[in-house]
Structures are given as C-alpha cells and as structure tokens.
Design a protein around this ligand. Structure first.
Ligand SMILES: [Zn+2]
Length: 301
C-alpha cells in the first residue's frame, strides 16, 4: 500500500478523495486507473488512517476555519465524488465500523437516470468491442486497439484530449466514439456503474456520520460553462438534493477538480447559491486558514 498517512501533519489537515469501493474487478481494461478500489484495501486504509490520525468531517473543517471547532492534530477527512451505489453498499458500512465520518458529493443526474459518465461509457466500449482497430468518426486515423496496452494508452489519450478542450462536448464525444467501436447497447456492471438511488442518498444523509454535497447535475467541467449554463448546473443539482433530502446543501466539489476545472466565476456562483466549502482534486495538504474553495485533496488508489 502506498503510504498515504505520511501526509498527516500537526499543522493542518488532509482530505482523502475516493470514487468507489468494490469487492473485485473481473475486467481487463475497465477500472485500470483504480477509480474503484478494493474493499479490503479500503478497510486497511481506514484502519491505518484512524490509528495514525484523527478523522474529521467537512462541516468540522468549515467550523475550524471560523474558530468554532478545534482541529485535532493529524486530522483527515474522507470524501467520495460522483455518487456510486458502492459508496452506500460497501464503503459506508466500513466507515461506520471505524466511526469515520465522510462526505459524499453527488452528481444528481447520475442518481436521476442512473447515467454512466462519458468516460465510463468509453471504457465500457473499449473493454467490450470486438474490433482490433477502428476509425474515429469524422477522421481517417486508424487507431489500433488489439492489445490491453493499446486500449489503456488510447483511454489515457482520450482523457487528456476531452478534459482539456472546452469545445468538445464529452457526452456527444462518448456516444460518437462508442458507435465507432460498434457499441450502442450498454449492459452496466452493478459494481462499477450503478449509482445510488435517492433512498440510499437519503439514508446516508440521515446518518450523523455522513454529509451529502453537490457535484453538479451532469458532471461537466464547471470552468468551461458560460454563466447561464453554470448557474443551471449548480441550481438544478442543489434543487434536486434539497427536494429529495428535505435539507439545504452547503457542500460541493468540482467535477474533475483540477486547476482548469474551477475559476473565480465558478466560486462566486457557488457562494451566491449558498455553498460554503468546495474542495478541488489538486494534490496536496491544507492548513487551517486555507481558502475553503481551493482546498487540496489526496486521491487514494
Ligand atoms: Zn466526479
């Protein structure tokens, strides 16, 4: 195991970032980047972090910034992005057994329509296609995907291109890409694709150990949106959460979360809509007086 507890320190706090926890992964290509980690590994991580550090919640991190909570030494918070069903079925029971709080940032359209993200659609198609090479729609480039390495290299390249080009609509790109590979039907995998139901999100929300936050409605890069689209992504997600949880939401995280995924405009709009804290996915630790909209996290893989 990578030594993630080395980041724990006496002058600040660490926010760990997860997406999913699964029992096993039978695939060659899917989940190659360990977006979903193994349940035993997650249990060992939580056990080690609780022994060496002190768990805090995201609301406690906010309270500490105004002196209403005294941050313990070697403090750490656990966060999950997106809203996968395995957060509810596998991660939450493990967190409860160690009494470790966590915040779950939910992409509301994933809950409403049990939708797959664009990159999960692409991974699914690359895993399941019979083709060994193909032409990407609209180009003459012949792309080889006969080997596992070629498939993973292609997925890495696609991640780089789509995440950095605001002119590409990721969902449109994914559906064109999947049809180039002859994949139009998706048979989602329960452990990798299933999202939580509203009942499950509500149950987590009602557990005092857990906090629910927003993560946009459709998981678009917030910094790529114009003001109208940005307002709508935030307001639709917050209204759906409020309606289903009977509670106003104050926590949020940026989809993808890297430096090109948020901006002063994004932060202003989140504040206007009542958000008080929004961590990034940029790598690093935090100190008590850091900006609550620029907090860094450590992804655990
Ligand atoms: Zn996300």
């Amino acid at each position: 195991m990578i030594n993630y507890t080395k980041y724990l320190n006496d002058n600040g706090f660490v926010i760990y970032l997860f997406h999913g926890v699964i029992q096993n992964n039978p695939y060659k290509v899917r989940n190659y980047n360990l977006k979903h980690i193994n349940a035993d590994y997650f249990t060992k991580f939580i056990q080690k972090a609780s022994q060496e550090g002190n768990p805090v919640s995201m609301p406690e991190i906010v309270a500490a910034s105004t002196g209403k909570f005294e941050m313990p030494e070697k403090a750490f918070a656990v966060t999950f992005d997106d809203g996968f069903a395995n957060n509810y079925s596998i991660a939450a029971p493990i967190l409860r057994s160690f009494n470790v709080p966590a915040t779950f940032y939910i992409t509301t359209d994933f809950i409403v329509s049990n939708a797959m993200s664009w990159i999960d659609m692409i991974e699914y198609a690359v895993e399941n296609t019979d083709k060994r090479h193909f032409n990407l729609a609209g180009t003459n480039n012949l792309i080889e995907i006969g080997s596992k390495k070629q498939k993973i290299d292609l997925l890495e390249e696609i991640r780089q291109i789509v995440k950095n080009d605001h002119k590409i609509d990721p969902i449109e790109f994914a559906s064109n890409f999947c049809s180039s590979l002859g994949i139009s039907d998706f048979n989602p995998d329960p452990s990798l694709d299933l999202k939580m139901t509203w009942e499950q999100v509500f149950e987590l929300h009602n557990d005092p150990l857990f906090t629910i936050g927003g993560h946009t409605h459709t998981h678009r890069n917030m910094a790529f949106l114009d003001l109208k689209e940005l307002r709508e992504e935030i307001s639709v997600s917050l209204e759906l959460l409020k309606e289903n949880l009977k509670c106003k939401i104050e926590h949020y995280s940026y989809p993808e979360g890297l430096s090109n995924c948020y901006s002063d405009n994004v932060i202003d709009e989140l504040k206007k809509q009542g958000i008080i804290c929004c961590p990034t996915a940029e790598l690093g630790t935090n100190s008590k007086n850091d900006d609550l909209f620029r907090l860094k996290r450590i992804p655990v893989v």
